[in-house]
Design a protein around this ligand. Structure first.
Ligand SMILES: [Zn+2]
Ligand SMILES: [Zn+2]
Length: 96
């Protein structure tokens, strides 16, 4: 009897999400880490003075001013790592 593996579908791009890497959004829907990063980015950057776009991305080495990737050739993706780096710099800046 074959085992049918059911992967949840990413609620943002509608591709299957592997459970090991799945994230859930605020509605509990499965999403890819990268799709989730894309979705939460505008919310998170509200609290960050230093823009992730002014940094070189630690994940893909995108240069300052360049987005990390394009999703569906029109949606700009900025990696979580880059946002975190900006957030960390922001925290450091507030200490001084
Ligand atoms: Zn996705
Ligand atoms: Zn990147």
């Amino acid at each position: 009897m074959p085992t049918i593996l059911r992967f949840p579908r990413c609620s943002l791009c509608n591709e299957p999400v592997e459970l090991e890497t799945a994230k859930t959004d605020e509605n509990g829907d499965a999403v890819h880490e990268e799709c989730y990063a894309l979705k939460v980015q505008p919310e998170r950057t509200k609290h960050i003075v230093i823009s992730p776009m002014t940094l070189t991305c630690p994940r893909c080495n995108a240069k300052p001013g360049q987005v990390c990737d394009l999703f569906d050739a029109e949606v700009e993706i900025v990696h979580v790592e880059r946002i975190k780096a900006a957030a960390a710099m922001d925290v450091a800046a507030k200490k001084n």
